[in-house]
Design a binder for this molecule. Structure first.
Ligand SMILES: C[S@@+](CC[C@H](N)C(=O)[O-])C[C@H]1O[C@@H](n2cnc3c(N)ncnc32)[C@H](O)[C@@H]1O
Length: 225
């Protein structure tokens, strides 16, 4: 495991405390069976010798069918989660895990082809957390790079009820897509969102979709000076 000394480990991350029960979690905290198909579609378009970053350790993302020569870096700030989930059952040959914060990743600017994750924005405060994560994604991605992720859909009444009426951790928030889209734009990414539960096409709408997927492409970077 590589460590990233610049970034302290978040002190109150609830994932560290639920490690023993993690395997029993279901959607939307874990991907539904076909949700990772969203990432798989982007993975299938990667060029040769790509460097992909996974935000977190979600096995369903890491187990996608990656190109044989991909380099995969999974970034997570929770040592107990890393200990429990790394190495995963299926991952590309060149895979590493990095102990670090998604908002200050130890990668050079313009060096990453794909950043993928799930349940990432729902763990960020608004506006600061949303802005830090989006700017960092924009910094590390190369022009032509892609960000893909999904979060629970708060317009689905069941998801909203669960959030408001059942116990939740203090670092879990509601994901608001309209708040993140302008941030992508100011970081140079064109983003679109989609309601889905991949397996059931008739649920792909605002009120029945369990998740909101985001796909964002970095076309160009502002050059300063
Ligand atoms: C990607 S999320 C969503 C859960 C996911 N569906 C799964 O299957 O584990 C969970 C992970 O994010 C990590 N995490 C949360 N905020 C983070 C941050 N700012 N930087 C790095 N890792 C973070 C947690 O430690 C946890 O392992």
């Amino acid at each position: 495991m590589l460590s990233n000394p610049q970034t302290p480990i978040a002190p109150r991350d609830h994932f560290s405390s639920i490690v023993p029960n993690w395997a029993h979690l279901g959607p939307p905290l874990r991907p539904a069976p076909d949700d990772s198909a969203v990432v798989q579609r982007v993975v299938a378009g990667l060029g040769g010798a790509a460097h992909a970053v996974v935000l977190g350790l979600t096995p369903e993302i890491i187990a996608c069918d990656w190109p044989a020569d991909v380099q995969l870096s999974a970034v997570d700030h929770s040592p107990p989660m890393i200990q429990a989930l790394w190495p995963p059952a299926k991952c590309p040959p060149q895979s590493e895990v990095i102990l670090g914060n998604w908002c200050a990743m130890p990668f050079a600017s313009d060096s990453i082809d794909l950043v993928a994750g799930d349940g990432c924005y729902v763990l960020q405060t608004y506006p600061d957390g949303y802005a830090s994560l989006t700017q960092e994604v924009g910094r590390v991605l190369k022009p032509g790079g892609v960000f893909v992720s999904w979060d629970p859909n708060p317009f689905n009444p069941v998801i909203l009820y669960r959030y408001l009426a059942t116990p939740r951790s203090p670092n879990q928030f509601i994901f608001w897509p309209h708040k993140v889209l302008p941030l992508f734009k100011s970081s140079g990414l064109s983003a679109s969102t989609k309601f889905f539960y991949a397996r059931l096409p008739w649920t792909r709408n605002r009120f029945l979709g369990t998740c909101i997927g985001i796909v964002a492409h970095l076309h160009h970077k502002e050059t300063h000076g």
